[in-house]
Design a protein around this ligand. Structure first.
Ligand SMILES: C[S@@+](CC[C@H](N)C(=O)[O-])C[C@H]1O[C@@H](n2cnc3c(N)ncnc32)[C@H](O)[C@@H]1O
Length: 283
C-alpha cells in the first residue's frame, strides 16, 4: 500500500483538485510514490508538457485550499462529448475564473514549463511556479540547446507515433547539458491491453468505442513497449539509470472503467448545479 503518512496530504490535494475525476488523482499519487525519490531534479530544470502546472506544483510540495479545483475554467462539456477525447475541455482560459488559493508554496520549482496550449500555460503562470514558460509544439525542434541539467515529462510520448517519439527523445538529449537527467513516464503495454477499444476492434461493440472516448487516439494499442523505449533511449545518447513499473492493474481498471467514461455526464451535472445555485442566489 503506497498511502503512507507523508503521502496523505498529497492524496487529499489530488482528490480535491480532481474531485470530478478522482481516478486521475489516484494515478498522480502512484506517480508520486516513485517521483518522491527522484525529486527535486537538478537545476536548471524543464517540465515538458507541463499543462496548467497544477500536478507538478503539488508534487513539489505546494498545497491549495479546498476552494480551488481544475474545473474553474473549462470549456463546455457538450463540445467535449462531441469530439470525445480529442477535444480537451481544459484548453480554455478565462482569467477572472481561475483563482488558485495557495496555502503552502512548493519546496522547489522548475525553471521552465513548456506546453503546446497557450490557455494551459496562462493558467500555469498564475502559480508562479516556473521562472519562465514557453508555448511550443514538441513535434517541432525545441528552442534550446545544452541548457538544462534535467528534463521531466508525464506525456513525452504524444500520440504514440514511433518516429515522433524518436524525434522527441533526440530533442530532449539536445536541450540537456552533459550529464543531464531525463525523468519521464510512459504507459505500459498492459495499459493499452486493458483499453475498451479492443472490444470494438474484436467484436464491433459501439458501446466500447464510446466508453473508450477515443483514448486510443492518444494511446494507440500498437505503440511501443519497454524494449522499444530502452533501445530508443540508448540510440539517442541516454544511459538508463532506473526503470519502474508501478501502476497496479486495479488502478488502471479504476481509471478506464470508473469515472473517466462518466466525466462528460459529471461535468454536465456540475454545470447544472452551479447554474441552479446562482439562480437561487439571485432570486
Ligand atoms: C495529460 S496532460 C499532462 C499535464 C501535466 N504534465 C500533468 O501531469 O498534469 C498532457 C499535456 O501535454 C500537452 N501536449 C500534448 N501534445 C503536445 C505537444 N505536441 N507539444 C507540447 N505539449 C503537448 C497538452 O497540452 C497537455 O497539457
Amino acid at each position: 500500500m503506497i498511502i503512507e503518512k507523508d503521502l496523505n496530504n498529497k492524496f487529499m490535494q489530488f482528490m480535491n483538485i480532481h474531485w470530478l475525476r478522482p481516478e486521475a488523482g489516484f494515478f498522480k499519487i502512484y506517480d508520486y510514490s516513485i517521483l518522491q525519490n527522484l525529486f527535486p531534479l537538478p537545476q536548471p530544470s524543464i517540465d515538458l508538457c507541463c499543462g496548467d502546472g497544477i500536478t507538478s506544483y503539488i508534487w513539489a510540495g505546494g498545497e491549495f485550499d479546498t476552494s480551488f479545483d481544475m474545473y474553474q475554467s473549462v470549456n463546455e462539456a457538450d463540445i467535449y462529448e462531441k469530439d470525445l477525447d480529442t477535444f480537451d475541455c481544459f484548453d480554455y482560459y478565462e482569467k477572472e475564473a481561475v483563482k488558485p488559493s495557495i496555502i503552502k508554496k512548493p519546496d522547489w520549482h522548475f525553471d521552465c514549463g513548456l506546453d503546446l496550449k497557450e490557455t494551459l500555460v496562462d493558467k500555469a503562470k498564475l502559480l508562479n511556479f516556473y521562472d519562465r514558460t514557453v508555448v511550443h509544439d514538441l513535434s517541432d525542434p525545441m528552442p534550446f540547446k545544452n541548457e538544462f541539467m534535467s528534463a521531466f515529462s508525464t506525456t513525452i510520448w504524444g500520440n504514440g507515433d514511433e518516429n515522433q517519439c524518436q524525434f522527441r527523445i533526440k530533442e530532449v538529449n539536445k536541450i540537456l547539458k552533459k550529464g543531464g537527467k531525463f525523468v519521464f513516464r510512459v504507459h505500459e503495454t498492459k495499459f493499452k491491453e486493458m483499453m475498451f477499444l479492443k472490444y470494438y476492434e474484436k467484436f464491433g461493440f459501439n458501446w466500447a468505442k464510446r466508453l473508450d472516448r477515443y483514448m486510443y487516439v492518444n494511446n494507440p494499442p500498437e505503440s511501443m513497449d519497454i524494449n522499444w523505449w530502452i533501445q530508443c533511449l540508448e540510440e539517442n545518447g541516454f544511459r538508463i539509470i532506473n526503470n519502474y513499473n508501478y501502476v497496479p492493474r486495479l488502478i488502471i481498471w479504476f481509471y478506464l472503467t470508473g469515472f473517466r467514461p462518466m466525466f462528460t455526464s459529471f461535468m454536465k451535472m456540475y454545470r447544472f448545479l452551479i447554474r441552479r445555485e446562482m439562480e437561487l442566489q439571485c432570486s
